[in-house]
Design a protein around this ligand. Sequence first.
Ligand code: GDP
Ligand code: IMO
Ligand code: MG
Length: 427
Amino acid sequence: MPAITLVGAQWGDEGKGKATDLVGNRVDYVVRYQGGNNAGHTVVIGDQKYALHLLPSGILSPDVVPVIANGVVIDPGVLFEELRGLKERGVNTERLLISANAHLIMPYHRALDKVSERFLGKGRIGTTGRGIGPTYADKISRAGVRVQDMFDPKILRKKLELALNDKNQILTKVYNRRGLDLEQILDEYLGYADMLRPHVADTGLVLNRALDEGKTVYLEGSQGTLLDIDHGTYPFVTSSSPTSGGACAGSGIGPTRITKVVGIIKAYTTRVGSGPFPTELLDESGEWLRQQGHEYGVTTGRNRRCGWFDAPIARYATRVNGITDFFLTKLDVLSGLERIPVCVAYDVDGVRNDEIPMTQTEFHHATPVYEYLDGWNEDISHARSFEELPKNAQSYVRTLEEMAGAPISAIGVGPGRDQTLELRALV
Ligand code: GDP
Ligand code: IMO
Ligand code: MG
């Protein structure tokens, strides 16, 4: 049986949590393969709303084994709190598996994330301040601390000594901050070891064996294609690979085992943090979208920047991820517009570009070329089949599908689990 990857097709917050939850009772494993608690995935089940940051959304499905795989960066304090919060709400968290190879977010990573952003001033990325970038930087420069290090106090001490030699110099001498105390960090992290121990496993092995046995593995991406370290709007990106290629490296599953890539895409566009965003609306239409769509960050509470649907981005996501199916979310938010602008190309310094321009400078200069599609007034949040949608909403979907270059297999008409039109089974 297959491995299926879910990826955000824009700048994150497309509704990945809801999409994962929808298939929760049809899959055996739900795996986070990158990112950390910079993510905020919302799942609404009946009158209960959950905001997940580090845990895979599948943790809310009773028969799923949730997995935090090797590519994720883990802040153990946050994990502890998230597990505690779910347990208090009656969610069984015992099945959670955590890779021994996942890297740990340390207090100095959080400190460096915040202080380096402050020093960047106007040039800041607008990170979530959770220490994500510095943790991945240490991973790549081979100075990281991994989950397995917590089970060997001698190694953990050694690694911390080496790290603090370096980080405390930077914090005190470059940024004029206080240095961090080794014993305090050691105590704190050794304290987490007991909490994590029962969950830690060779997750790559577990997942491949599961696939051998015919189980279904669902790889839940965080962030989105345009926030990818390689394929996103660098440097205004996150420090991992949310695109589908990252799912293999981040989980230990080979690319030949992945049979489907589902792209989650909003019927319009949002972005949190800095960086280029050609269809961004800085007028009252942007505010209208924000209010209609409740576009406020799940992790930081920041206002999300809002704009119209951008077809070159959708096509780009199809290409970079090999998307086989789209899940179009938040179509209900667009009800009430007479005409809906859709960006079909960019004007870059007087030249039409049908695809995302090659360089970041050009992308910063890109202004949208719009086509205008007819809107609808009906409330569509109660629709449960494609045929129940107003004709103009149907043709909006069909037009987007054609522009995006892959079939739209599901449509979201509200945050609830049942507010989904599944045109073809996603799993
Ligand atoms: P994620 O990070 O991709 O999981 O998305 P977020 O949870 O950060 O943001 C998506 C928001 O949209 C959440 O508040 C969801 O409950 C909500 N949502 C998801 N799908 C739909 C939909 O089809 N319609 C509406 N109105 N809201 C949706
Ligand atoms: P989900 O999974 C939206 C953005 C931040 C910032 C940039 C880098 O909920 O879609 P980081 O803290 O990762 O170093 O910040 O990436 N960002 C997100 N934006 N949704 C997310 O996650 C995000 N995770 C990070 O706002 O611009
Ligand atoms: Mg989110």
